[in-house]
Design a protein around this ligand. Sequence first.
Ligand code: NI
Length: 149
Amino acid sequence: MKDIAQELRSIIAMAEPRLSRMNHDDMGFKPAPLEWSKKEILGHLIDSAANNHQRFVRAVNKVAAQFPTYNQNEWVRIQRHNERPWPSLVALWSAYNDHLSHVIECIPEDAESSPCNIGKEDPVPLDFVIKDYLRHLRHHLKDILDEQA
Ligand code: NI
């Protein structure tokens, strides 16, 4: 898990300065009424961090390996991420992922295959959930960062 924790730290180190430099005024712009603004995408990544934090810790604990899914559009709508200042979203995203990289490092080897049942899907091992978390993170960061490059 050390490699994955390190990978997550490199993602933060690459993205955080770039996110901080982006023009705050443009971040709430919605390309279409049903499309997310960059603030909403970053908010969605914070939601993903919060949900996966629960999974990472609880799966090691092996007490509750049954996890709810979360309705991502509802989470974004209810929290109104667009009303938050861009630097606050960036700071929370960065700090949360810094903490998660530590949590990932703490996962003992014998817990890597702990089964995780998420929603009605077939169970997947914890290490798959963690790798999928990073895949999802990269995917959305690309959306936020590439367009401004
Ligand atoms: Ni997503």
